[in-house]
Write a protein that binds this ligand. Structure first.
Ligand code: NDP
Ligand code: 2IT
Length: 453
């Protein structure tokens, strides 16, 4: 459990935090995400009376709409299952609700709300016209056949379709939702609505409205962001050792880009353990094991003589210069941070959403490690989703190089916003303060313009 001491929040913002706690009992991940943002907002106190007059903070913390629904489906043996579906339409001040869908057995209202809340500020940082939302289900895709995945997606979309649209709410992927699932979801939406609304989902296949670089975007964008952090500190990835947790969409393309920039990636993981590969992770083999065969991380080590699997302990025990957590929330704890610091880590940037616990962040920042929060460093995925929407609206598609160049520009811009805003509010070099303040101010100013709604 994270330490969410209310005393860490500036006194005038504590009533909002307390009201959020009282209204959302037990939603610990949501509490954690709100706690971090409220701490960062301290420099605004007394400076923006219009935010207070219009109760901006109280309204930002309360989702505009929360949808929960039943998802019944039958497995291949004819057994009926009932899952729960979620879509949290959190904030539409800057554009249609935008954010991914997560299919994982751990999904609950708290997790979807923390993800939706973070998404508001992340999307604001991209500079593109997208509001914040998130959805998903406690469905466990592991071990399910293609036919079962298809039936689940169809049942999920049969309900979700009435709530979404290209100018209303635009879902995409997240944990457990990739190209295959987006295909089944899009097919069912198209059938029920009788509209080829390409812009209703992002992460689509390249022949039916998808964008180049969307698959790679979160991992590539993360590495572009970290490259800027290193450059600002007068160094680079050349010859650096890296550890990347996870081995899904974000991790795979982070590893690929790290290697393109001259770094060596020593380890990656899944929920069953991690692999250490002294020769550097072979991305082609990793893609084959994970994207094609949908196998386990041990299958990678079984085919690579330079690699070994570790099924106990933590991937953060592997000494490295750069650590990129790319699996899930609260996966890097205080002890892990201490180990990383002891082993000489210089940079930690989040590919996952909220992977580092507040105590671990304190350890990293206290030791002078460069640290980037996910809402800044993993924004490349949703940014490229917004570029996909842009291409869909223009009924056009860009080349890989054009899309990658746009992604790179956006990540450089987010990095600059974080540092400029942090400096402006007296927190030089603090990427957490910079990201939260820059994202919040953009959303708050739009909410002021829209009046009390
Ligand atoms: P994937 O489903 O492709 O991969 C997830 C990876 O993380 C898998 O290796 C998985 O292992 C591991 N993992 C998931 N849950 C756990 C857990 N509870 N404990 C240990 N390992 C776990 O998801 P993505 O790569 O898309 O997402 C990874 C993270 O990045 C998430 O936090 C997501 O919210 C975030 N993110 C994703 C974006 C995107 O565009 N996809 C954009 C921005 C952020 P296993 O297979 O064993 O479960
Ligand atoms: O957390 C995230 O930003 C995502 N899962 C991507 C969301 C999107 O709409 O592309």
């Amino acid at each position: 459990m994270a330490n969410l001491d209310i005393e860490l929040i500036t006194p005038s913002l504590r009533p909002q935090y307390q009201a959020m706690l009282d209204r959302n009992p037990g939603q610990t991940e949501f509490h954690q995400a709100v706690h971090e943002v409220l701490i960062s907002l301290e420099p605004l106190v007394g400076k923006k009376p219009e935010y207070t007059d219009l109760a901006i903070l109280d309204r930002v913390i309360e989702p505009e709409r929360q949808i929960m629904f039943r998802v019944p489906w039958a497995d291949d043996a004819g057994n009926v299952h009932v899952n729960r579906g979620f879509r949290i339409e959190f904030n539409s001040a800057l554009g249609p609700y935008k954010g991914g869908l997560r299919f994982h057995p751990s999904v609950n209202l708290s997790i979807i709300k923390f993800l939706g809340f973070e998404q508001i500020f992340k999307n604001a940082l991209t500079g593109l016209p997208i509001g914040g939302g998130k959805g998903g289900s406690d469905f466990d895709p592991k071990g399910r056949s293609d036919a079962e995945i298809m039936r689940f997606c169809q049942s999920f979309m049969t309900e979700l379709q009435r709530h979404i649209g290209p100018d209303t709410d635009v879902p995409a992927g997240d944990i457990g939702v990739g190209g295959r699932e987006i295909g089944y979801l899009f097919g069912q939406y198209k059938r029920i609505r009788n509209r080829f609304d390409a812009g209703v989902l992002t992460g689509k296949g390249l022949t039916w409205g998808g964008s180049q670089v969307r698959t790679e975007a979160t991992g590539y964008g993360l590495v572009f962001f970290a490259q800027e952090m290193l450059a600002a500190a007068g160094t680079s990835f050349e010859g650096r050792t890296c550890v990347v947790s996870g081995s899904g969409n974000v991790a795979i393309y982070a590893i690929e880009k790290l290697q393109q920039l001259g770094a060596k990636v020593l380890a990656c993981s899944d929920s069953s353990g991690y692999v250490v590969d002294e020769n550097g992770i072979d991305v082609a083999l990793l893609k084959d094991v994970k994207e094609v065969r949908r196998g386990r991380i041990a299958d990678y080590a079984a085919e690579r003589s330079s690699a070994r699997v570790v099924t106990d302990g933590s991937i953060w025990d592997v000494p490295c210069d750069v650590a990129l957590p790319c699996a899930t929330q609260n996966e890097l704890h205080q002890d892990d941070a201490r180990t990383l610091v002891k082993n000489g880590v210089i940079l930690v940037a989040e590919g996952a959403n909220m992977p580092t616990t507040p105590e671990a962040i304190d350890v990293l920042q206290g030791a002078g490690v460069l640290y980037a929060p996910g809402k800044a460093s993993n924004a490349g995925g949703v940014a490229t989703s917004a570029l996909e929407m842009q291409q869909n609206s223009g009924r056009t598609s860009w080349t890989f190089d054009v899309a990658e160049k746009r992604l790179h520009e956006i990540m450089v811009d987010i990095h600059r916003q974080c540092l400029d805003t942090a400096a402006e509010y007296g927190k030089p070099g603090d990427y957490v303060a910079g990201a939260n303040l820059a994202g919040f101010i953009k959303v708050a100013d739009a909410m002021v313009a829209h009046g009390l709604i």
